[in-house]
Structure formats: C-alpha cells, structure tokens
Design a protein around this ligand. Sequence first.
Ligand SMILES: NC(=O)c1ccc[n+]([C@@H]2O[C@H](COP(=O)([O-])OP(=O)(O)OC[C@H]3O[C@@H](n4cnc5c(N)ncnc54)[C@H](OP(=O)(O)O)[C@@H]3O)[C@@H](O)[C@H]2O)c1
Length: 283
Amino acid sequence: MIPADPVWLVTGCSSGFGRALATELATRSIRVVATARSVSALAYLETGPRVAIASLDVTRADTVEGAFDEAVAAFGRVDVVVNNAGIGVIGPVEDVSEEQARLQFEINVFGVLNVVRAALPVLRVQRGGHLVNFASMAGEVSIDSLGIYSASKFAVEGLSEALRAELAPYDVGVTIVEPGPFDTEWLGRNAIWAPRDDARYPAVWEYVEAMRAVYADRAQVGDPARAAAAIVDALTNGTPPERLPLGAMAFDALRRKIAALSATLASIEPDAPSMLYPKETAP
Ligand SMILES: NC(=O)c1ccc[n+]([C@@H]2O[C@H](COP(=O)([O-])OP(=O)(O)OC[C@H]3O[C@@H](n4cnc5c(N)ncnc54)[C@H](OP(=O)(O)O)[C@@H]3O)[C@@H](O)[C@H]2O)c1
C-alpha cells in the first residue's frame, strides 16, 4: 500500500533512469530522497521541503543505512524504494574476468540486498510501502555478450518474486522494472567491458563493437524521461503491476520467452507423467 503523500527514495540518481526519476518526482512535487555515490552529482536538483539528497553507495551498507536514517529524519517515513543503481559487464562469459563478474554481482545483486535490508525495517514497521527493483529485459531473456549481466538481473527477478510473497502480509508490494535499451550511461561511462579477445568468440565481439557504436551515436531508442514518467504513473495510478516492461523490445523479449517456455513444455509433455520421479517404495 502506498499512501496519498508518499516519500520515494531512489538509488543511482547521478544519471540515466535515476536522474530522470528524481527529476520527474520533483517536478510532480512528490517527496523524494535522491541518492548517489557522490552528492555533488545531484546538483541538478533544487533541494527543499519536498526534495532531499543523500550519499548512498549500494556496496557499502553503512552508507545505505545512513541514507535511510537521513530520509526518515527529513520526512518521517519512506514509502517507495527504487533499486535503480546498476552497471553492466559486457563480453562473452568466458572472457569476463572473475574480478569483473564479482563486481557485477556486488553492485547489481548484493547492492540491491543492502538496500532491501535497510528498507524493510522501515516499510514493515509502517506496514506499507513498495519496492521498485530494476531488472531488465535481460533479466528475462539472456543474449550472447550479456551473460554475466543477465545472470545478475535474473537474480534480481528471483529475489523480487520471493520478497513479493514474504512482504504481502505487511502490505509491501514489489514491482520489477524491465527496460529495453534506453539512452543512459549504461553503455557509456558505467559499462565494464571484458578484455577483448577475438580468437574465441569473434561473432560475439562483433556484436559488442556494434553496441559500442550504438552508444557513440547515442542511438539507444528509449528516452529515460518517458520511462520515468511511466514508472511514476504505474506506481501512482491504481494497483502497481508486478512487472513493468519498458519499450517495445522488452515486450517482444517477454513474449519470445513465454513462447519458448511453452514450446519446451509442449515438447516434453508426452513424457510428463513419468517425470514425477516417485521414490521407489521398499518391497
Ligand atoms: N539503459 C538501459 O538500456 C537499461 C536497460 C535495462 C536495465 N537497465 C538498468 O537500469 C538501471 C539504471 O541504469 P541506467 O541505464 O540509468 O545507467 P546509468 O546512466 O549508467 O546509471 C547508473 C547509475 O547507477 C549508479 N551506480 C553505479 N554503481 C553504484 C554504486 N555502487 N552505488 C550507488 N550507485 C551506483 C551510477 O552512479 P555513479 O554516477 O556514481 O556511477 C548511476 O547513477 C540499472 O540497474 C541498469 O542495469 C538499463
């Protein structure tokens, strides 16, 4: 349940979706605590009685707890928590270094967990609120060159589904946001590229170079400002959806996933009765 005059807290507001969300909320005069690793990156916001800023690095639990403390001190409550901060590691799975893969999970998975751990004591005690967790269309459908990133977003999907069930008695909801490609810094300053090695996966590297070119031309189709408006609308008008795919490519990806799952089930269905694998009873 989201109250009439809610307080939002958003992670990763220095650029992209986070910045667009903070701007959209401030414009609509919805109370917001915009956070970033460095508050100097939030200078675009005019702070005041309905807009606060706080420093928050999702990989540092102390800063996450500190930001929630500041939010409660400023507004007395937090109602909508947006787990937006995230990065992408790009390259064939075998070429991504262990350090890069661990950093991917440190930010996209354990970072979300840090925020959830700080948020739930507030939301549960209020007996109401909402988590908005950014996954991706890559959290539903994985493609070559995004295996490690997809794995982190699949983890966000799984975590979010369990949280939705666990938090229902407390009237705390969960919406998973699943964007397609949007014009942010995800492919820019925040992208982590695997060390290039054309020998093993030349076709995948060709695709990775095409992604770099898309960013260089700022040719990602989606406008984050329009996505932000859609997210605020979805959370404000009626019951928030369980999932919010953003953009035509995200819808297509989900439909392809459903079709592929249905086809797999249909192909094994003739054998299904024998797949109960009952334990053999002792004679
Ligand atoms: N753009 C897309 O096409 C797309 C598609 C699907 C999903 N997404 C998801 O959308 C979310 C937002 O990304 P974006 O597209 O808006 O990209 P972005 O412009 O690169 O924004 C990412 C934000 O995350 C922040 N961040 C990174 N590491 C952090 C940390 N340790 N603690 C706190 N903040 C941190 C960055 O802050 P700094 O300035 O401090 O680095 C930045 O504000 C991500 O979860 C991403 O995976 C994006």
